[in-house]
Design a protein around this ligand. Structure first.
Ligand SMILES: *Cc1c(COP(=O)(O)O)cnc(C)c1O
Length: 373
């Protein structure tokens, strides 16, 4: 069987899944490991799915080095759901400080206002309302009574990423840090000593939409407001090992295969998450160098704040946008159109994007510039 190579998919989410994983899912679709069932047909309480669930938990904990005083919860509701579920669980109706660095943290602040007294601790918007840099942590106005501080560690739409999580203790705050890491979870290691709770939808860097990962420090359980739905109460979900209600079983299964794929991933003499991180650095460096070296394309984000995962860029002559997208599609480079709120183009190069995909995009940028420059 000769398979035609699949196009390179630069979608921001739902996004590309490693081809090896898709192939395995296809092979196991009708009969998971001799069980006679598809994973989507299994009881979530049966021993087959129990094994899938436990392996996924174990592999995720090992990959991200999640300490034993954190619970991993497999939930639903996505990032936007978490914007409500987090304040219902952690705010006690009191103060919440939010650092605004782009579209997603703004949405988090807006939703949290329904449940808590939200204050914007810092906001790096330009006078035109664009996000092109991160506010220095020393300038953040943190309240002593904040129940938590929210940051979005990778702003998917604006293309900004924290290269290090803030150390709130060093800033004089005892509040737990809440991190929306939807669009770069598992692209790099994470410093759990700085984290109270991290959440992320799976559809960017892990697998199918429908699964939301929550990693929560144990002392933050049991604080939910009475209005919090039981299925979204972290204590209830933790007490039931994410089986208080039916979890998104098929999405957990695919996520588990992605975790295994990362564990065996090799690159540049490294294995596992370190290998994935190195390849992500190399991919992003290649693309930013091409953009910075071009007189036709531009990325406006301050170099130290640039995302490794989501790279927005603009054609200096926006009248060429449609030609650019049509030519990209003809070369098998898909879903490069920028988010409607920012415009231009965006290349999302999550874990599943091979180096060859970024090389193909860079060649296209050069050819397009030669043709139209
Ligand atoms: C995609 C995304 C979300 C929203 O996720 P949904 O699953 O659509 O609710 C939230 N935060 C960030 C950073 C995202 O990239």
């Amino acid at each position: 069987m000769t398979a035609t190579p699949r196009p390179f998919n630069f979608s921001a989410g739902p996004a590309a899944v490693p081809e090896e994983v898709l192939t395995q899912v296809a092979a196991e679709m009708l009969d998971w490991q001799g069980s006679g069932m598809s994973v989507m047909e299994m009881s979530h309480r049966g021993k087959e799915f129990g094994a899938i669930h436990e392996a996924a938990l174990r592999d995720l904990r090992e990959l991200l080095q999640i300490p034993s005083n954190f619970h991993i919860l497999f939930m639903q509701g996505g990032g936007l759901g978490a914007n409500a579920i987090v304040p219902m669980n952690l705010s006690r109706g009191g103060a919440v400080d939010v650092v605004q660095t782009g579209v997603w943290s703004r949405k988090s602040a807006a939703e949290a206002r329904r449940y808590a007294d939200v204050r914007i601790a810092a906001d790096s918007a330009t006078p035109e309302g664009r996000y092109e840099s991160l506010p220095a942590a020393s300038t953040w106005q943190l309240r002593p009574d904040a129940s938590y501080v929210h940051v979005c560690s990778n702003e998917t739409i604006d293309g900004l990423e924290f290269q290090q999580l803030p150390d709130l203790k060093a800033l004089g705050s005892d509040a737990p840090l809440v991190v929306d890491c939807s669009s770069h979870i598992l692209s790099r290691s994470m410093d759990w000593s700085r984290v109270g709770l991290a959440f992320g939808g799976a559809q960017k860097n892990i697998g199918p939409a429908g699964l939301t990962l929550v990693v929560i420090r144990d002392d933050l359980l049991g604080r939910a407001l009475p209005i919090c739905p039981s299925a979204f109460n972290y204590q209830t979900v933790a007490d039931n090992n994410s089986m208080f209600n039916t979890p998104p079983t098929f999405a957990i299964y695919v996520a588990g295969l992605v975790f295994q794929w990362i564990r065996r991933f090799q690159y540049a003499g490294k294995t596992g998450l370190a290998a994935i991180e190195q390849r992500n650095i190399d991919k992003a460096t290649l693309l930013y160098q091409a953009l910075d070296g071009s007189s036709m394309f531009t990325n406006r984000v301050a170099p130290e704040a640039r995302s490794r995962m989501n790279i927005p860029f603009f054609l200096r002559d926006e009248r060429l946008n449609d030609d650019f997208l049509a030519g990209a599609k003809a070369r098998g480079l898909l879903q490069l159109k920028g988010h409607k709120s920012v415009g231009g183009m965006r290349a999302s190069i999550y874990n599943a994007m091979p180096l060859e995909g970024v090389q193909a995009l860079v060649s296209y940028l050069k050819d397009f510039e030669t043709q139209h420059g």
